[in-house]
Unconditional design. Sequence first.
Length: 340
Amino acid sequence: MLRPTAFLALFALGACSPGPSPEQFHGHTMGTTYSVTVTSYPQAVRREAIQSVIEEVLEEVNRSLSTYDPRSEISRFNANATTDPIAVSHGLRAVAEIAREVSMATGGAFDITVGPLVQAWGFGVESSSAEIAPGPAAIEGLRTVVGFDRLKLGPDGRSLRKSVPGLQLDVNGIAPGYAVDLIAERFDALGVHDYLVELGGEVRANGRSPRGRPWRVAVEAPLSGERKPYALVELDSLAVSTSGDYRDFREVSGRRFAHTIDPRSGAPVTHGLASVSVVHPSTAFADAYSTALMALGPDAGMALAGRLGLAALFIERNASGSGFKERSTPAFDRLRRPLR
């Protein structure tokens, strides 16, 4: 199974409001849950066909991208110590291409080769439960096999190559979003155009909700002990993803470490940013960019989001430790609706 999305920060509002009775699908996958709501679909399409699309996509993504399954394609790629080109599926190649684009745009703040560092800090598939943080020498040693520029995309469009044998891929910061996009793509091909797909907190919405208007989705307040909405966005042919430090963290030597590792330093982030939400036409890109902006922090992250024209909301803890302050880009503000 894929590592569960660490920031279950979004939930749909109004999905059960008065209007046409929607079809709903729920289940478990990738160590988390999924929820799909379809408002309407062509008469020629049966409910069973929609269910089959969901199940087929999730099986396909797990078979290709699950770092929890030693038989998956990505696990076999990681176990292969060759630096020769390795033929890969369309899914793994597509995720690598998206990751590389975001890595380059963010100066390496997003990196799918960061897995060894994630595990060293007590997160990930083979993480240690030891209550000792890795020292500088250990971190520097791991960084010799980490770096998005060490993963080479073959010019044939069908292969990947490691420039160092020890390089490992961990796509858990992008795979849930990619799965949501793939479900949406298959829905569109089936003629299903009014839907909301949520997987582990990654959300993509298209068309109209049961209320006959664009879907409204709440960004959750970054609170570890309760779930409450913080902001509301209206989505049509858009996705939203949130990265935060308030659900997945651990205590090491009396210090609290968030699961977000900055690939540039090799250590967990230490700034006061509690969460970042990104709205984007692609769930995979929203997923990757929210992770990158979380690593960059409130100032550098906000500046980059502005330069890239991203729709982003930054929620930062007050220095007093009580309450939050926020910053958002104009693109996010245009999608925001009153919370009521």
